[in-house]
Design a protein around this ligand. Structure first.
Ligand code: ZN
Length: 250
């Protein structure tokens, strides 16, 4: 019996409160659409957190008890306090998984962990989007076919200013002609990060089964690996005594 994976679904939760059209698509917020879908999967223990809660809902206690954090933000990246970003970064380096969704490409935490601008090109006319699987052996594509499509979405196009992903799981084609690395895995310290493009707030993308399946798969993939006695990544210990008995030349 595997241990439960403790997931915190984080959402900026501003668009849904300000725009009636968006609230119609996500009446309980994007976070609750994602959390509801994740709760249908066995062995996932799901909670939500939002920007306007105390410490953005990411208190030390919440972070210490989160195995995988999912992140959706767009209009208020600048309102996320740097001290919270520092704490999330440390948790990722020490094993917490991070799933960055859609416009989260410009979040402080993603840019911090990538070390690049994470800029891209975009267009919002509701065109068709086809995501091709480029890593058919990867656990994140479990249950999918060769590709899947999103009927109406926001285009994100290359060049996407990220480091070369450690694993590229999806490449996207958009009806207007652009392509995009839309499913990217990165390893940082002990932590795993997955960037996944789908999810614009004015389209019902977090109601689409394939998208929700990928997020659930990514949560499982990004869950921390149990490893005994590993140091905190911020430590840099001096080891004056070698493990082996050695004789140094005079
Ligand atoms: Zn968008």
């Amino acid at each position: 019996m595997p241990n439960n994976i403790r997931v915190t679904v984080w959402n900026e939760y501003r668009h849904e409160k300000k725009d009636a059209e968006i609230a119609k698509i996500y009446p309980d917020g994007i976070h609750n659409a994602i959390a509801k879908a994740l709760r249908t999967h066995p062995h996932l223990e799901v909670r939500t957190a939002t920007l306007d809660e105390l410490e953005h809902g990411l208190t030390d206690e919440v972070l210490a008890n989160t195995d995988v954090l999912t992140w959706w933000g767009h209009m208020a990246h600048g309102d996320v306090r740097n001290e919270i970003v520092d704490k999330v970064q440390q948790r990722v380096l020490n094993g917490m998984g991070l799933i960055v969704l859609h416009s989260g490409h410009f979040s402080k935490i993603f840019r911090r962990l990538m070390g690049t601008e994470c800029s891209l090109k975009w267009r919002e006319i509701g065109e068709k989007h086809r995501l091709w699987v480029t890593a058919p052996g990867h656990p994140i594509v479990e249950g999918l076919g060769e590709y899947f499509e999103i009927p109406h979405c926001e285009m994100y196009g290359e060049y996407f200013d990220i480091p070369q992903p450690d694993e590229l799981v999806f490449i996207s084609w958009f009806q207007g002609g652009e392509v995009f690395r839309s499913g990217c895995c990165f390893y940082r310290g002990r932590g795993k990060i997955f960037y996944f493009q789908p999810g614009h707030e004015t389209f019902p993308i977090y109601h689409q089964p394939e998208v929700l399946q990928v997020i659930a798969n990514a949560v499982r993939w990004a869950a921390p690996v149990k490893i005994v006695g590993f140091r905190e990544m911020a430590q840099c210990p001096n080891i004056p005594e070698p493990m082996e008995v050695i004789t140094l030349e005079e």
